[in-house]
Design a binder for this molecule. Structure first.
Ligand SMILES: Cc1cc2nc3c(=O)[nH]c(=O)nc-3n(C[C@H](O)[C@H](O)[C@H](O)COP(=O)(O)OP(=O)(O)OC[C@H]3O[C@@H](n4cnc5c(N)ncnc54)[C@H](O)[C@@H]3O)c2cc1C
Length: 502
């Protein structure tokens, strides 16, 4: 049976973090008849894949005696951005709301732990949510349903309708059996980023490579940006990406290695080959055999993503020798294995990894790892000029002997020469967490036209909106992608509710 046309006070297009926060923000401020349209099978989005939420002056920080001043974090964000490609009023609005949002979520039953993202991180702003993004989205969904919000899954928004006075008239949506219309005076667009739209990535993102894999949900194809621009919204901030890595392609389970040891929970410790690539005492070269980064840089792998993206084809080779591998087997990782999926158990730093060398050798026939006693053979496998690779390794080994990296000033503790065969090379590429920016908004999350006038009744929040981040992820504000989604969503919902009551 075809869907009937519907009526609502507010339609939210996109049921991820920003969308459900917007729907709740509106419902808690008196808006009734809210419909959320969700393209995928459940209202989850990339927010369900995440684990950390940025917050400043949150109840969690206050209880822990952490001083995370909103003023100082605003300055940090603007310093990072050099005041370019970013609207300071939007940044201010979201940072100011962020502590309150952590408390708002605590009141809904979520629990948080403050954790570091990189060594010596001050202040602690990363609120790791217990149960990760799955728990966050479940809580938001449950609260939406309690408030009477209708969530229509497998029902993408297609177009936004304007009335003859220039206001919003509703949304055209696509159900299984055909199109239908929801008449509504307010629409909030929260369709997430455009990470799964190769055309847009190629058009807007500098240094995009086909080797980059997208980690978010397939449904995030930038639909909201098209819908908003079709009715006169301007764009802003397109081209900002959150790259990370390196990873090994394909990111399948086959790269996980089982150690002869158990973790604190009694389960067998598993690490991926790519955990080795993240170790600071490795040497990284591009496919031409040239070094391009301090491999120990703050241990922050979003910066690594940016640097690898600048290399030919976005490819990096991690090189190490037998001594280094055996050292890691005995002493464990320096960088604790990150947990991004619910079923990944982080491996604590300095946990011995018995069996590592044996397991690494088992990976040799999978195409991403070359083990050889000869650097020339490894250069041939990489497609690099052997003389260039040899010169790079010799230069690096001298830096290790001198305990001074004259090229990139890497921390001397991580300078270990590569002299003991066999030698290892692991091929890696980078991942795309999100590609954000798009609809031009102001600090009330109102969508703007080319003259910066609000389009009455139209709002945008989360990754589909633009101008809240400059060209790359500001990791000093760890967790601020989900942070922005939730806070901009709440702000949009509250303003939409206020507008309705006028
Ligand atoms: C693996 C992974 C881990 C991450 N970890 C973190 C982290 O720990 N901390 C952090 O801050 N950030 C993290 N990020 C980034 C962060 O998750 C996103 O930037 C953020 O959640 C975006 O929120 P959003 O609400 O804008 O989009 P989403 O949560 O992606 O929601 C967008 C929703 O819109 C829907 N949609 C799309 N088109 C339509 C349409 N036409 N009609 C209806 N619905 C539509 C989508 O199906 C989706 O449900 C991570 C990303 C990934 C992929």
């Amino acid at each position: 049976m075809a869907m009937e046309n519907l009526k609502a006070e507010l339609v939210v297009v996109g049921g991820g973090g920003a969308g459900l926060a917007a729907a709740l923000g509106a419902a808690e401020n008196g808006c009734r008849d809210i419909i959320v349209l969700e393209k995928a099978g459940s209202a989850a989005g990339s927010t369900a894949m995440a684990h950390d939420i940025f917050g400043a002056e949150s109840p969690v920080q206050k209880r822990s005696g952490v001083e995370a001043s909103r003023d100082e974090l605003f300055k940090t964000a603007m310093e990072w951005a050099h005041w370019t490609r970013i609207n300071p009023r939007i940044v201010r609005a979201f940072i100011d709301k962020s502590g309150d949002t952590i408390g708002w979520l605590e009141n809904k039953g979520l629990r948080f732990e403050l954790i570091q993202y990189y060594p010596n991180q001050v202040p602690l702003v990363r609120h790791s949510v217990k149960g990760h993004g799955h728990a966050l989205m479940k809580t938001l969904r449950d609260n939406c349903l309690q408030q009477g919000v209708k969530i229509l899954t497998r029902t993408p928004g297609k177009n936004i309708l304007r009335n003859e006075k220039g206001g919003i008239a509703g949304v055209v949506a696509q159900a299984k059996d055909g199109e239908f219309t929801i008449a509504a005076p307010r629409v909030i667009i929260t369709t997430g980023g455009y990470g799964n739209n190769k055309e847009m990535l190629k058009k807007y993102c500098a240094n995009y490579h086909d080797t980059i894999t997208y980690d978010g949900p397939p449904s995030n194809t930038g639909d909201g940006i098209r819908m908003a621009t079709e009715i006169g919204a301007a764009t802003a901030g397109l081209g900002t990406v959150n790259l990370h890595g390196p990873f090994i392609k394909p990111r399948s389970d086959s790269h996980w290695m089982k150690m002869d040891a158990e973790g604190p929970d009694g389960s067998q410790i598993r690490i991926s080959l790519w955990f080795l690539a993240w170790e600071p005492a490795m040497l990284w070269v591009n496919k031409r055999g040239r070094r391009f980064i301090d491999e120990g840089y703050n241990l922050a792998f979003f910066a690594f993503g940016n640097a690898v993206a600048l290399q030919p084809d976005g490819i990096v080779y991690t090189l190490f020798d037998s001594d280094n591998l055996r050292r890691i087997e005995k002493q464990g990782l320096v960088r604790p294995g990150a947990a991004s999926r619910a079923n990944w158990l982080p491996v604590s730093a300095a946990t011995p990894l018995p069996g590592l060398e044996r397991e690494v050798h088992k990976q040799a026939d999978k195409g991403d790892l070359k083990i050889s006693g000869s650097w020339d053979e490894i250069a041939g496998w990489m497609g690099a000029d052997p003389a260039v690779l040899k010169a790079t390794i010799e230069e690096y080994n001298i830096s290790c002997d001198d305990k001074h990296d004259a090229l990139f000033a890497k921390d001397r503790r991580h300078l270990l020469p590569l002299r003991t065969p066999p030698f290892y090379a692991v091929k890696g590429h980078i991942g795309l967490c999100d590609a954000y920016g798009g609809i031009r908004i102001n600090e009330k999350m109102e969508a703007l036209d080319a003259e910066d006038n609000p389009i009455p009744g139209l709002y945008a929040a989360g990754s589909t909106a633009g101008c809240w981040e400059s060209e790359s992820y500001c990791y000093r504000l760890t967790g601020h992608l989900v942070g922005f989604a939730l806070n901009s969503g709440r702000i949009a919902g509250e303003n939409a509710a206020r507008y309705l009551s006028k």
